[in-house]
Write a protein that binds this ligand. Structure first.
Ligand SMILES: Cc1ncc(COP(=O)(O)O)c(C=O)c1O
Length: 400
């Protein structure tokens, strides 16, 4: 359509939201659907946080706030960065936005000029390349492979960087693979980044608290203090505190960048929701004791799903370190035909046939830049996960 801007013509809507919407439509039509498409916890926001939101309404904390957050929330975020990551940020170095998504977008919008490159490892969270395009930059995709459990190597990072590279986006544990970088693995990447002073680091730590087994979460500015002055450390309350609908994300970074992000935000949404900000203060300063048991619950689901998927013919599923996703490869299913008569030439064919024939909704790997694979979000009940894995198994048995 000609009235769309040239920028928007390069951008596509989120495929994960499309899958979730399609699954909900089929459910509304009466189909028996299990949706493993959405990336959100399957439980409610904890009661003490909900109560803080209600109290904010009742006490009239319902007006405009400073564009990038109330001082109380900035202080709570500064204390969180110190407590969990050993990072020092003062109020001028902290920005709060309407979800992690807005924070990332503000940072890109505030810094990118036409032709500027942003290195994004694949598989990637589906929004990164489109946000870069919306902000006027050029995504440069750095491929990883299932052989390195979808983690970028130092050589792959080095090869992707050019004199035009502005940002490197780092996400661990990752959406969509769940891959988490150990301190040693991350240090190999930060050593590369130390040699390229034009490159800034956008670390998306959204799944920090979903770290399993021996894996210890770490973030670039902590692993390499030499990068502190050109790193934006982003995070949010959406996943760890089951607050996806409240829309609060935040970042710590250089004051000049934070100021520029504030300008973007003040001309778009003015400020994140006042009520949600007060709820987020409670999330970050209140009891944290439910985080570890939640992570253990997700870990048990991961173990169950990985085992069940690896038992399916044609599927190979690495064991991820965190988040609530697995990303099985379906290379051995390509070229086959499903029991319902669909030829599987791509992972989109696989996901579509799986939904139509079994009612299980997953997101095809092409949406995340690495095929043939699919993403399962195991933020679903154990009963649903077991049933979904049984249906996937039957579907794979039927491929011939
Ligand atoms: C890696 C990653 N970063 C950021 C976000 C955005 O989170 P929010 O809901 O706070 O905008 C998501 C949400 O799916 C995500 O998976």
């Amino acid at each position: 359509m000609s009235f769309l801007s040239a920028t928007l013509r390069r951008v596509k809507p989120s495929p994960t939201i499309a899958v979730t919407t399609r699954a909900a439509e089929l459910k509304a039509e009466g189909r028996d659907i299990i949706s493993l498409g959405a990336g959100e916890p399957d439980f409610d926001t904890p009661a003490h946080i909900r109560e803080a939101g209600i109290a904010a309404i009742e006490t009239g904390r319902t007006r405009y706030t400073p564009p990038d957050g109330i001082p109380e929330l900035k202080d709570a975020i500064a204390a969180k960065f110190k407590r969990d990551n050993g990072l020092d940020y003062d109020r001028s170095q902290i920005s709060v936005g309407s979800g992690g998504k807005q924070i990332l977008f503000n940072a890109l919008k505030a810094t990118l000029n036409a032709g500027d490159e942003v290195v994004i490892p694949a598989p990637f969270w589906t929004s990164y390349p489109d946000m870069v395009l919306l902000a006027g930059g050029e995504p440069v995709i750095a491929e990883t492979s299932v052989q390195t459990a979808y983690k970028l190597t130092a050589d792959q990072l080095e090869a992707a960087i050019t004199p035009r590279t502005n940002w490197f986006i780092f996400n661990s544990p990752s959406n969509p693979t769940g891959a988490g970088y150990s301190r040693a693995e991350l240090k190999e990447l930060t050593d590369v980044l130390m040699r390229h002073p034009q490159v800034w680091i956008l670390s998306d730590d959204m799944y920090e608290h979903l770290a399993f087994g021996d894996f210890k979460f770490c973030t670039p500015a902590e692993v390499e203090p030499g990068l502190y002055d050109r790193t934006l450390t982003t995070n949010g309350v959406s996943k760890a505190y089951a607050m996806t609908g409240w829309r609060i994300g935040y970042a710590g970074g250089p004051a000049e960048l934070i100021k520029a992000m504030r300008a973007v935000q003040s001309q778009t949404t003015s400020n994140p929701c006042s009520i949600s900000q007060w709820a987020a203060v409670e999330a970050l300063t209140g009891p944290q004791d439910f985080l570890a048991p939640n992570a253990r619950m997700f870990e048990a689901r991961r173990d169950m799903v990985v085992e069940a998927l690896n038992a399916c013919p044609g599927i190979a599923c690495p064991v991820p370190e965190g988040a609530f996703y697995v990303y099985p490869s379906i290379a051995d299913c390509i070229g086959k035909t499903s029991a319902g008569g669909t030829r599987i030439d791509t992972d989109e064919d696989f996901a579509t046939a799986l939904l139509n024939e079994t009612g299980v909704a997953v997101v095809h790997g092409a949406a995340f830049g690495t095929s043939p694979a699919f993403r399962v979000s195991y933020a679903a009940s154990e009963a649903d996960l077991r049933e979904a894995c049984t249906r996937i198994h039957t579907f794979c048995d039927g491929l011939g």
